[in-house]
Design a binder for this molecule. Structure first.
Ligand SMILES: [Zn+2]
Length: 311
C-alpha cells in the first residue's frame, strides 16, 4: 500500500497523519504540543512523524503546513512568528533527510486553500480565492488548477493590500492594510474604540470584548456589534472586488473564526463587492461560501501538497 504523510505545524500544537493513497480518512493520526521538555520543536516534529509512520506500507511523500512564509523551491521556512528561532530554517531538507522521503512545505493559508480546493468547499473548481479571517487575514489562490506561489513563494499575501491609506496600523507595520480593517483583531479594536467613546452597547459589560464576543452580540441584534461586523464585511468586499479583477475565480471561500459569523459578514461582503466590481461578468456563476474543513484545512492541504509532489 502507498501512503502520504501530512503535517500541520502550529504555534501551540503539531499534528501529523498518514493517509492511504486516494483516501481522506487517516490510517494513523497523532498530535503533540509544539513546545515541551523533550527536545526542540524540530525534534518534536520529527518524533511525531515517526509515530505515524506506517509499519507495512510505503510513504510516497510528506507535505508540511507551516505558520509562516516559505520558499517552495528551496523548502526553506523564512520565519514563523510564533516559534522563536525558526528563521531561514531548511525544514523540508531536514525532514527529507531524516526519513529519506520527498518532502515539501507550504504556508498554512496556502495549505488551507489547497485543502478546501481538493477536499472541501471548492472541490471541482479550477479558480479559487480562499481567505482566512481570524487574528490576521491569510489567503491562497488556485489559478487554473495550480496554487499561485510567485517567484519566491510569497505571492497572494492578500491580507496586506492597502484598502485605506493612512488607516489603522497593521500587524506587519504598515497602515491601512485589509488585515488592519477586517480581521478579528480589527473588529475587536473597532468595537473597543466605539465603547470608549460611549456608544451604547450590550458589549459594555464585557471586559475587552473579542471578535467572537462582537459576533455573538451582533447575532443578538446589538447595533454597535452589527456595525463592527458590517464595517469589516464592507472592507473585505471592496478588497474581494479587487481580487476578482486580479484572479477571476469561480468561487470565494471564507475560512477562519470570523467567517463563522456567516450571513452577518457575507451579506455586506457581497454588497460591497457587487458595488465595486468593474463589470458584472466577474459575478456570473461566482459562488461565495464558508470553508468546510475547519481545523483540518491545514492538514488536508498538506495531504494535497504531498500528493502533488509525488506525481
Ligand atoms: Zn499588513
Amino acid at each position: 500500500m502507498d501512503t502520504y504523510i501530512a503535517v500541520d505545524v502550529g504555534g501551540t500544537q503539531l499534528r501529523a497523519a498518514c493517509y492511504p493513497q486516494g483516501e481522506t480518512k487517516p490510517l494513523l493520526q497523532k498530535r503533540t504540543s509544539t513546545f515541551g521538555k523533550d527536545g526542540t520543536p524540530v525534534d518534536r516534529l520529527l518524533d511525531l512523524i515517526a509515530t505515524v509512520w506506517p509499519d507495512h506500507a510505503t510513504v510516497k511523500s510528506i507535505g508540511v503546513a507551516v505558520p509562516g512564509p516559505t520558499n517552495h523551491k528551496s523548502g526553506i521556512l523564512y520565519r514563523a512568528p510564533n516559534i522563536p528561532g525558526w528563521e531561514n530554517l531548511p525544514l523540508a531538507q531536514i525532514v527529507q533527510s531524516r526519513f529519506n522521503t520527498r518532502t515539501a512545505l507550504g504556508n498554512d493559508a496556502n495549505m488551507a486553500a489547497m485543502g478546501e480546493w481538493r477536499f472541501g468547499s471548492a472541490r471541482g473548481h479550477q479558480n479559487v480565492l480562499y481567505l482566512t479571517i481570524s487574528t490576521g487575514i491569510g489567503a491562497g489562490v488556485i489559478n487554473d488548477d495550480r496554487l499561485v506561489l510567485g517567484q519566491n513563494g510569497l505571492a497572494t499575501e492578500l491580507g496586506h493590500i492597502t484598502v485605506l491609506p493612512d488607516g489603522p496600523l497593521c500587524g506587519c507595520g504598515a497602515r491601512g492594510h485589509l488585515e488592519a480593517l477586517a480581521s478579528g483583531t480589527a473588529i475587536a479594536r473597532y468595537a473597543a474604540e466605539q465603547l470608549a467613546q460611549g456608544v451604547p452597547s450590550s458589549l459594555s459589560i464585557t471586559p475587552n470584548p473579542s471578535a467572537r464576543d462582537v459576533g455573538l452580540a451582533a447575532e443578538q441584534g446589538d447595533p454597535l456589534a452589527l456595525e463592527a461586523i458590517t464595517r469589516a464585511g464592507r472592507y473585505l468586499g471592496y478588497a474581494i472586488a479587487d481580487f476578482l479583477h486580479a484572479f477571476n475565480p469561480s468561487i470565494v471561500v471564507l475560512g477562519g473564526g470570523v467567517s463563522q459569523t456567516g450571513p452577518l459578514l457575507i451579506e455586506p461582503v457581497r454588497q460591497a463587492m457587487t458595488e465595486r466590481v468593474m463589470s458584472p461578468e466577474y459575478l456570473h456563476g461566482l459562488a461565495i461560501t464558508t470553508a468546510a474543513l475547519g481545523d483540518n484545512a491545514g492538514l488536508m492541504g498538506a495531504l494535497a501538497l504531498a500528493e502533488s509532489i509525488s506525481k
